[in-house]
Design a binder for this molecule. Structure first.
Ligand code: ATP
Length: 249
């Protein structure tokens, strides 16, 4: 289970209020699509969920527990820009994610633990459809394949919460459709709670089981940074059959 509760969250950078009064109750397994104008704080919200930033006020809890201070393996992240090491193969890149999660001091696993990790890595690489590219380097992959690698790096740690920041923005329509199928399939299999930022409303309504819109409702023309964005629309897409199947209140 991974229910996310956000209580009166505020985020300020110096004089600039980026987010204000954000309160949410997201049931486990929900696929949230985050939309809103550029610069309104969607990425900041993901960074807060990851604990890469501390809120100025308010709290985020997962299953009632306050967020750990460090980004933990319970949260996986997929960025639009790829996060793979150029000098490591697909398989080595995915292994690295697991090694850092399981051996934080040395960053290396040995013996039976390494073999177990390799089995899990190969299963994840298969799941994202990169089995034929296991020994390739990132520069040898197409955009869609690089995005699959990025998803594999996040999924191999079996996160309960998956955060995606415009993951498909740079892909051509055909590849994007394939990636939508893949993400839907993985979400259904793993029943993760997903937060995906997108500028594509159609994508948000297509993939999401809940749409969250961020925008400013308060404006001071003399001090444009005095107010932040909040949630202006929180719409569960109740008519989607998969919502009833996967989302648990
Ligand atoms: N570390 C930081 N220090 C200062 N200001 C920041 C920092 N990170 C973000 N901001 C500011 O917070 C605001 C929100 O940025 P954010 O990237 O969260 O918006 P966004 O909604 O994701 O935008 P986009 O849709 O264009 O990606 C911006 O004005 C940005 O300049």
């Amino acid at each position: 289970m991974s229910r996310v509760t956000v209580d009166n969250l505020w985020m300020e950078y110096g004089e600039q209020v980026v987010l204000e009064r954000v309160s949410l109750e997201i049931p486990s397994g929900e696929f949230c699509a985050l939309v809103g104008p550029s610069g309104c704080g969607k990425t900041t919200f993901l960074r807060l969920l990851l604990a890469m930033e501390r809120p100025t006020k308010g709290s985020i809890r997962i299953d009632g527990q306050p967020l750990a201070r460090e980004p933990g393996p319970d949260r996986g992240v997929v960025f639009q820009r790829y996060s793979a090491y150029a000098h490591l193969t697909v398989e080595e890149n995915v292994v690295l994610g697991l090694e850092f999660a399981r051996a934080p001091l040395l960053g290396r696993l040995f013996g039976a633990k390494k073999r177990q990790a390799l089995d899990e890595v190969r299963a994840t690489i298969d799941a994202v459809g990169l089995d034929h590219a296991r020994t390739k380097y990132p520069a040898e992959l197409s955009g869609g394949m690089q995005q699959r690698l990025s998803i594999a790096q996040a999924l191999v740690r079996k996160p309960r919460i998956l955060l995606m920041d415009e993951p498909f923005g740079a892909l051509d329509p055909g590849t994007k459709a394939q990636m939508h199928d893949l993400v839907r399939q993985l979400w259904r299999a793993e029943k993760m709670t997903v937060f995906m930022v997108t500028h594509d409303i159609q994508e948000g309504f297509g993939l999401g089981t809940r749409v969250l819109a961020f925008d400013k409702v308060r404006h001071d023309p003399d001090a444009p940074e005095a107010y932040g964005a909040t949630i202006t629309l929180n719409l569960p897409l109740d008519d989607k059959p998969e919502r009833a199947e996967i989302v648990h209140a």
